[in-house]
Design a protein around this ligand. Sequence first.
Ligand code: AMP
Length: 298
Amino acid sequence: MKVVTTFEQTRELGTDVGLVPTMGFFHEGHLSLMQRAVADSETTLVTLFVNPLQFNDPSDLDRYPTDHDRDLALADDVGVDVVFIPSVQEMYPVEPTTTVSPGSLADHFEGPCRPGHLDGVAIAVAKLFAGTQPDRAYFGRKDAQQLAVVTRLALDLSLPVEVVGCPLVREEDGLALSSRNVFLGDDREDALGISQGLFAAADLVEAGERDAASVCTAVIEAAGLEFEYVAIADAMTMEPLDAVGPDTVLVVAARVGTVRLIDNVSFWALEDRLIADRGTTLNGPSMLTKEVHDVSGD
Ligand code: AMP
């Protein structure tokens, strides 16, 4: 596996490149995107860049977990060919005056809750697409609104890249994997309310409920948490909807202790029924849980 630091080096990789953009501190969610890219592509390129432009909260950026040696070993194990670790200078040699705005896709949810976040994602991803010229790019459904933004970015700018959405990966107890989970500590138990709320609502939808307000109430009641938002949205446009239907997503965000978490369940049509996509669940503790225990000596 090669490690490169410039866009120019990434363009010397050859044809049929699958790109996996990440901010690092890998877990099984990241690794599942890489495995899919490796299966599909001649060359798998993983980018590792903590993008300052997508952090609206400076303290979140300051404490974002980083461990390149750990990440490189994990990427090598799954068969990644190249890891691109650009400096901030390589990504942003000058402060961009050009903006890449997701427009109405950022009107709700993460848009108003994290001002500037989705614009920061959009410009970084646009730069990665332009600078590395991949054939396909892999994104997790964990970040449902980000996936919608990136899909639309490629379409609107006629970028010659196929955006591939991949399943959300959960801990065996349901908690959606996130690099930020390492900060949960004793709040982890409370954080489980998020997936419990989503699963209760998913059961309700599979039993026939279609009213968005009733579905959202079910999330709140089962979770026992305060949410920043709980809503049914169109999975492509991210517009809030009054009713659950095919290609919709139940999106939530909550702050648990000092950690802000997002999660979702999406709904697909199967004949005249709706099927809830809860993601895939690990069979044992994730590498993040194990590392937290190793550190704390539990
Ligand atoms: P991040 O490093 O958090 O920016 O995430 C990099 C990529 O991994 C994004 O496409 C995320 O959607 C994806 N990802 C993060 N967590 C998960 C998860 N639990 N399941 C699936 N994909 C994930």
